[in-house]
Design a protein around this ligand. Structure first.
Ligand SMILES: NC(=O)c1ccc[n+]([C@@H]2O[C@H](COP(=O)([O-])OP(=O)(O)OC[C@H]3O[C@@H](n4cnc5c(N)ncnc54)[C@H](O)[C@@H]3O)[C@@H](O)[C@H]2O)c1
Length: 256
C-alpha cells in the first residue's frame, strides 16, 4: 500500500461520518497522524476506534465549525498533539433538512446552513492558513458538491453555500499560491452516506428517488465515500503538486 502521509499531520472536519470518516481512516492507513473533528462526539469516537484498531494515531476534538473559537481550537489541537498541521480537509456540512422552493424557504434554515457550510468553512480555512503560513506550507481540500457547480432545486442555501465554497477555494488558492499552500475543492455527486441515505432525501427508503439519483451518473450507480476520500488524498499529496484552485467533480461521469 502507498504510504504517502507517513509522519504528516492531517486534520479532517466532519470526520465522524460518511466522506469525512473515510478520509480520516484513509490518511491514517497511509501513515498520517490524524485530528478527527466533528460536532457529533459518538461519530468522532467511532472514527478514532477504527483508526486505533488498525494501529493508527489519532486525536478527537469535538468541534462546531460554525464557531470560530472551535475552528481555532481544532487547529490548535493539531499543533499541541502532533506539532504541526500539514493537510486539512474541510468536510463538515449540512443540507438544511427540508425540501422547499426558494420563495418559501424558511429564513432560520437558510441561516443555519450558511453558518455551517459557508461561514464555518471560512473560519476553518482561516485558522488552517494561519498555521500553514507559520510553517511555510500545506494543503487544504474543501468539500463542495455538484450543487456547487449547478443549481439544486428545493435546497437553495445548500447550493448557494456550495457555490460559495468554490469561490472561497479559488480565492485562497490565488492568495497563497506562492506560499506553498495549495487549496482545492471536490464536488461529489450522489455518494452513499448517511446524509443522503437517511437525511432529507432518505434514499434508503425512497426507491424512486434513489433510482433518479443513481441514473444521474453515467456509471449508473452512486459513489462510495472511499471513492471521494481517494480523490481528496490525491489532492493533498505531492502527486498533485501543480494543482491549486480546482473544483474537481467526483461524479461517475455525471458532468460529462
Ligand atoms: N453524500 C453526498 O451525496 C454528498 C454529495 C456532495 C457533497 N457532499 C458533502 O460532503 C460532506 C460530507 O457529507 P457526508 O455525505 O459524508 O454526510 P454525513 O452527514 O455522513 O457527514 C457529515 C458530518 O459533518 C458533521 N457536521 C455537521 N455539522 C457540523 C458542524 N457544525 N461542525 C462540525 N461537524 C459537523 C456531522 O456530524 C457528520 O459527521 C458535506 O459537506 C456534504 O455537503 C455530500
Amino acid at each position: 500500500m502507498h504510504r504517502r502521509f507517513t509522519g504528516k499531520v492531517c486534520l479532517v472536519s466532519g470526520a465522524g461520518s460518511g466522506i469525512g470518516q473515510e478520509t480520516a481512516i484513509a490518511f491514517a492507513n497511509e501513515g498520517a497522524k490524524v485530528i478527527v473533528a466533528d460536532i457529533n462526539e459518538n461519530g468522532g469516537q467511532q472514527t478514532l476506534t477504527f483508526i486505533k484498531a488498525c494501529g493508527g494515531e489519532a486525536f478527537f476534538i469535538k468541534t462546531d465549525i460554525s464557531r470560530s473559537t472551535d475552528t481555532e481550537a481544532m487547529v490548535q489541537a493539531a499543533v499541541e498533539h502532533f506539532g504541526r498541521l500539514d493537510h486539512a480537509v474541510n468536510c463538515a456540512g449540512v443540507t438544511g433538512g427540508v425540501s422547499i422552493p426558494t420563495h418559501e424557504y424558511p429564513e432560520d434554515r437558510w441561516h443555519q446552513v450558511l453558518a455551517v457550510n459557508l461561514t464555518g468553512m471560512w473560519y476553518s480555512v482561516k485558522a488552517q492558513l494561519n498555521q500553514m503560513l507559520k510553517q511555510g506550507g500545506g494543503t487544504i481540500v474543501n468539500v463542495s458538491s455538484a450543487a456547487g457547480l449547478k443549481g439544486h432545486p428545493n435546497n437553495v442555501p445548500y447550493s448557494a453555500t456550495k457555490h460559495g465554497v468554490i469561490g472561497l477555494t479559488k480565492t485562497a488558492a490565488l492568495e497563497y499560491a506562492t506560499k506553498h499552500i495549495r487549496v482545492n475543492a471536490v464536488c461529489p455527486t450522489a455518494i452513499e452516506t448517511p446524509m443522503i441515505m437517511d437525511g432529507r432525501l432518505n434514499l434508503r427508503s425512497n426507491q424512486e428517488l434513489r433510482e433518479k439519483f443513481t441514473n444521474e451518473q453515467a456509471m449508473m450507480r452512486m459513489g462510495q465515500p472511499k471513492e471521494v476520500a481517494d480523490v481528496i488524498l490525491w489532492l493533498s499529496s505531492d502527486e498533485s503538486s501543480f494543482i491549486t484552485g480546482h473544483a474537481m467533480p467526483v461524479d461517475g461521469g455525471a458532468f460529462a
